[in-house]
Design a protein around this ligand. Structure first.
Ligand SMILES: [Zn+2]
Ligand SMILES: [Zn+2]
Length: 357
C-alpha cells in the first residue's frame, strides 16, 4: 500500500501534522502552518436504541491489529510492526474499516512531546520510595500519542429501594464487679438498635458517564489519569489525528453501556443509602430503571510511554489534555526499610511520651 497523503503541505507537498502547541497543522519539513477551521457545530447525543451511523473515520490510514492484546491502531504510516501497547510482534495489517461509528467529538492534544519529557522527569523524582538514582538512570524508550476511544452515556435513572432503618436507643444494664473480693453492683448504658422496614424512590440524571473503549490501554492506569475536561470537546475532524495514532474502539456500544450501568448503579446505591431514614440501615435493595439513554463516541488524547531502569521496562500514561502522569515506578526496598524503621521509632517514642506524662 502506498503511503497516502491526505494532508498535503501547500508549500512543499510534504505531510502536515497536528501541532499541539498551535492547535493547527504544521509541516514537518518547511514548518508552514495551517489553521484548522472549527465549525460551530452542535454536539449531538445519539439515541442509544436507534441504529448507529457506521461511516468510518474519513481518514486515509492503515490499521494494525494486535493478536495479543486485541487493540487495533490506525496510523498514516507503517510503523515498526510491533504493537504500541504490548510490544507483541504478532500484528497484522488491515484495511481501514468503513463500518466504525465515527467519533462525534474529540479533545485535541494540548500536551506535546517535549512537555511529556518534562512531566515525566518531575513525576519520576516525586516517588517516596523510588531509588535515588532513578531520574539519572531512567531512559525513555517509548512515547506515543494515541487518540483513545471512549463512550459517554447520558441517562435518567429512576431507583426504588427497600431497606431496614435502624434507630438507636439505650438501655441501662446492671453488672457485677469484684471489689476487694466482694461483689458490687454497677450500671452502664448500652446502645441497641430498633429495626423498622422502610422504602423510597429517587430520580437522577447522569451526564457524560465516561467509559473507556480501548483494548490495549492499561485498565488500571487509564482511570487514574482522569478527569478529562469534557466541556472542551470539539467536533471530530481527521485533521487533529494527523501525526498521531488512534485506536479503534474494541469495546462496542452495548458492552460500554454495561460498564456505564455498573457506574450508575453504584452511584444510585450510594445515594439511596443516604436517603434511608434512621441512624443506620441494613438489607438495602435498589432497583434502577433507565430512560432517555443517549451516547457519544469520543476520542481523548493520551500519551503512552515506557522507560527503562536497570534493564526493566515500566509503563506510564500522560493525560494529553491536563498533563496528569500515572504509571509504575521501581521501589527502593532500602528506603522502605528506613521508613518502617522511622515509624517504629516514632511509635516507641510516643509510647514513652505518654508513659512519662
Ligand atoms: Zn511544507
Ligand atoms: Zn498488543
Amino acid at each position: 500500500m502506498a503511503q497516502t497523503n491526505q494532508f498535503e503541505c501547500g508549500s512543499c507537498g510534504a505531510h502536515l501534522e497536528f501541532d499541539p502547541k498551535t492547535q493547527g497543522m504544521k509541516c514537518q519539513f518547511c514548518q508552514s502552518e495551517k489553521i484548522i477551521p472549527i465549525e460551530a457545530q452542535p454536539i449531538v447525543e445519539h439515541d442509544f436504541y436507534s441504529a448507529p451511523k457506521e461511516t468510518g473515520w474519513d481518514r486515509a490510514t492503515i490499521s494494525f491489529q494486535c493478536d495479543s492484546c486485541g487493540a487495533t491502531i490506525s496510523s498514516e504510516i507503517r510503523t515498526a510492526g510491533k504493537c504500541t501497547y504490548c510490544n507483541s510482534p504478532y500484528v497484522k495489517e488491515m484495511p481501514a474499516r468503513k463500518d466504525l461509528i465515527r467519533p462525534e467529538t474529540l479533545i485535541p492534544f494540548k500536551v506535546d512531546k517535549d512537555n511529556v519529557n518534562r512531566l515525566f522527569k518531575t513525576w519520576l523524582g516525586k516517588g517516596w520510595f523510588t531509588p535515588s538514582n532513578l531520574v539519572q538512570l531512567s531512559r525513555l524508550d517509548l512515547i506515543k500519542g494515541i487518540y483513545t476511544p471512549f463512550w459517554t452515556y447520558d441517562t435518567n435513572a429512576f431507583s426504588q429501594w427497600t431497606a431496614e432503618s435502624g434507630y438507636y436507643y439505650y438501655v441501662t444494664e446492671t453488672y457485677t464487679v469484684n471489689v476487694n473480693g466482694r461483689p458490687q453492683m454497677r450500671t452502664r448504658q448500652v446502645r441497641k438498635v430498633r429495626w423498622v422496614p422502610s422504602h423510597g424512590q429517587r430520580q437522577g440524571f447522569y451526564n457524560d458517564v465516561l467509559v473507556p473503549a480501548s483494548r490495549g490501554m492499561n485498565q488500571e492506569l487509564i482511570y487514574k489519569i482522569y478527569p478529562f475536561e469534557l466541556n472542551q470537546l470539539i467536533p471530530y475532524k481527521p485533521d487533529f489525528l494527523s501525526g498521531f495514532l488512534a485506536e479503534e474502539y474494541g469495546v462496542d456500544l452495548q458492552q460500554g453501556w454495561g460498564t456505564a450501568q455498573g457506574i450508575v448503579n453504584a452511584s444510585e446505591r450510594d445515594k439511596c443509602g443516604k436517603e434511608v431514614p434512621g441512624d443506620t440501615y441494613r438489607f438495602l435493595r435498589v432497583q434502577t430503571n433507565y430512560s432517555n439513554i443517549t451516547y457519544k463516541h469520543i476520542l481523548l488524547p493520551v500519551w503512552i510511554a515506557a522507560y527503562e531502569y536497570k534493564s526493566k521496562t515500566y509503563h506510564f500514561l500522560v493525560n494529553g489534555q491536563t498533563g496528569e502522569v500515572q504509571g509504575f515506578r521501581p521501589i527502593s526496598w532500602a528506603k522502605v526499610a528506613l521508613f518502617v524503621g522511622a515509624v517504629a521509632a516514632a511509635v516507641i517514642g510516643l509510647g514513652y511520651f505518654f508513659y512519662v506524662y
